[in-house]
Ligand binder design. Structure first.
Ligand code: ARG
Length: 569
């Protein structure tokens, strides 16, 4: 499969050069009149202006040059000078084998997830996991080498709070606690922290002692760390989210002192009232608060560990880009970390540092999503809620389907639904979590696309039972076939757009449109019932190509498709 946008780009530029003009971009886009053409080039307008010509005349001259290729596409000119292209059926038929990207040679580190140990994951952590996992897959699909890192929050004040609370409660520090006990401890610690200044002080001292290497504290930390991570991994497993690196803030503790020494030697970091800060130059005359590396109590900041992690990642992977899939509200934090990393010379110009911010998940009231009794919705609770919702629509186990199969199906529909609901929105927009419709197989849902796949699989299975052949190549005999082929062959363009804009929503939208096109194709044309063997074989091939492309698209969103989707009668 070739990428049509790139193909027309090259065609038009060649014609431009043949006419003796220079241009770098042929301004190719999908046609805004799909009833008339498939792609268009708007190059004639700026090019005519630059050369003092009439756009429409220039467009016609270009069209004349381009019409030499009329076996592949036809050309026409309209409006003030738009050049329109329609792909011929032959071109669409020839260009339908699956697309694969070549290795890009790029290395990307992507930081997503970011859960804090000793605290249950909440709905806010859903977006980082879901968007990050999808972005990672999109980049891998595009040929990049991608390293995903969970970057646990495991080195800040909350740990000092837990240690202090454990001591104050007189609990045995050598005993391994359960995750439930740890989260209760955390709740008590948070309450003490809020109420008492003495506790605050105690927690701060404990944090900085832990960071300075207190062995007893390190042991307690290890226990909190291991128990929490085992629990957090369960959620990521359920969501089919996986990381190459399971590192956290604590993993850069050893490089912090060297980093401080370097930054001080460079004259960037200075002491101020017992804290270590980097003053930031004013922007447009507006003074800015300093970048704090170490607080007066001696504890390192979130900013310091993020900066040190950049040093570590540059050293370990020498990446072309480091991406952070983190709540949009941390925009300023990342701007400052990036600014300091550049000024300090840790990251050269050609390496990009990007914060891929995302909006919040809200409840029906437009406020952050809560449980029925008003508490913060834990991610685990949300997953259980989703599975129960998916089960409501499923039949009882029977001779046709076992309980295990039904449970798997419920999980695939539920988690597919949660992810699709998230990924159908632009990253940056907030969205309202719809607890009612997200597992339904109609509307813009994961189940709608999953269902399209299941349906095609059953068509293909029936074809096989009947001994019907699948054509090696499609032959277009109807406009609905043409439409679906054109949509299928836009796959590489969609991936590139998703890659460039860092928007998995491009893919969820595409999967929905492709499913819809298949649905009209299947409703209007006979496939299994088609008498003409050649036409039937070609339609089965279209079905197969559609299934594979939908499968791949869902996979890029981190969603798997069930083998069957039985519904309650
Ligand atoms: N643990 C942080 C939080 O819950 C998110 C970490 C995001 N990643 C990063 N490198 N700062 O807010």
């Amino acid at each position: 499969m070739i990428n049509y946008k790139e193909f027309f780009q090259a065609e038009v530029l060649k014609a431009v050069h043949e006419l003796g003009f220079a241009a770098e971009d042929a301004l190719i886009s999908q046609s805004n009149r799909p009833d008339l053409s498939d792609y268009q080039s708007n190059i004639a307008l700026p090019l005519a202006k630059k050369n003092g010509l009439v756009p429409r005349e220039l467009a016609s001259k270009l069209a004349e040059k381009l019409s030499a290729n009329d076996g592949l596409y036809t050309v026409s000119v309209d409006g003030p000078g738009f050049i329109n292209f329609s792909l011929t059926n032959r071109m669409l038929e020839d260009n339908s084998e699956p697309f694969s990207f070549k290795p890009s040679g790029r290395t990307i580190v992507i930081d997503y997830g970011g859960p804090n140990i000793a605290k249950a994951l909440h709905v806010g952590h859903l977006r980082a996991a879901v968007i990050g996992e999808s972005m990672k897959r999109i980049m891998r699909e595009s040929g990049d080498k991608v390293i995903g890192d969970v970057h646990f929050g495991d080195w800040g004040t909350p740990i000092g709070m837990l240690i202090s609370q454990l001591q104050n409660d007189g609990l045995d520090a050598s005993k391994t606690m359960t995750i439930a006990e740890i989260s209760d401890l955390y709740k008590r610690a948070a309450a003490s922290f809020k109420e008492s200044d003495d506790f605050k002080e105690q927690a701060r001292v404990a944090t900085s002692e832990l960071q300075a290497g207190n062995e007893e504290y390190r042991k307690i930390w290890q226990m909190f760390h291991d128990v929490s991570i085992a629990d957090i991994k369960k959620i990521y497993d359920a969501l089919d989210v996986d990381f190459d690196l399971w590192l956290g803030e604590s993993d850069v503790n050893d490089i912090l002192p060297t980093m401080f020494a370097e930054l001080t030697a460079k004259g960037m970091a200075v002491e101020s009232d017992g804290a270590v800060i980097i003053p930031l130059p004013p922007i447009k005359g507006r003074e800015r608060a300093p970048f704090i590396l170490r607080k007066t109590d001696g504890a390192y900041t979130y900013a310091a560990t993020d900066l040190a992690t950049i040093i570590q990642r540059m050293k370990d992977f020498n990446p072309d880009a480091i991406l952070y899939v983190v709540d949009a509200r941390q925009k300023e934090h990342f701007e400052q970390v990036f600014e300091v990393a550049r000024t300090a010379g840790y990251v050269p110009e050609n390496v990009s540092l990007e914060h891929l911010g995302f909006g919040t998940v809200n409840g029906a009231d437009g406020k952050p999503f809560k449980t029925r009794d008003g508490g913060v919705m834990s991610l685990m609770d949300l997953l259980v809620l989703a599975e129960n919702k998916a089960k409501e629509a499923l039949p009882e186990p029977s001779a046709d389907i076992s309980k295990e199969e039904l449970d798997l199906q419920a999980a695939q529909i539920a988690f597919g639904g949660i992810k699709y609901q998230d990924l159908k929105n632009n990253r940056i927009s907030d969205y309202i979590f719809d607890t009612e419709n997200f597992t339904k197989s109609e509307g813009k849902t994961g189940a709608y696309v999953q269902y399209a796949i299941v349906r095609i699989n059953s068509i293909l299975a029936k074809a096989k039972e009947n001994g019907f052949a699948i054509a090696p190549k499609v032959e277009i005999s109807h406009t609905l076939e043409r439409e679906i082929m054109l949509t299928l062959e836009r796959y590489p363009e969609v991936i590139i757009r998703a890659y460039e804009t860092r928007e998995p929503s491009e893919i969820s939208e595409y999967a929905h449109i492709l499913s819809q096109k298949f649905s009209s194709f299947y409703a209007e044309l006979s496939v299994l019932g088609e008498q003409d063997e050649k036409v039937r074989a070609s339609r089965l091939k279209i079905a197969e190509l559609t299934r594979d492309t939908l499968h791949k698209s869902l996979w890029l969103l981190g969603i798997s498709a069930p083998d069957k989707m039985l519904r309650k009668e």
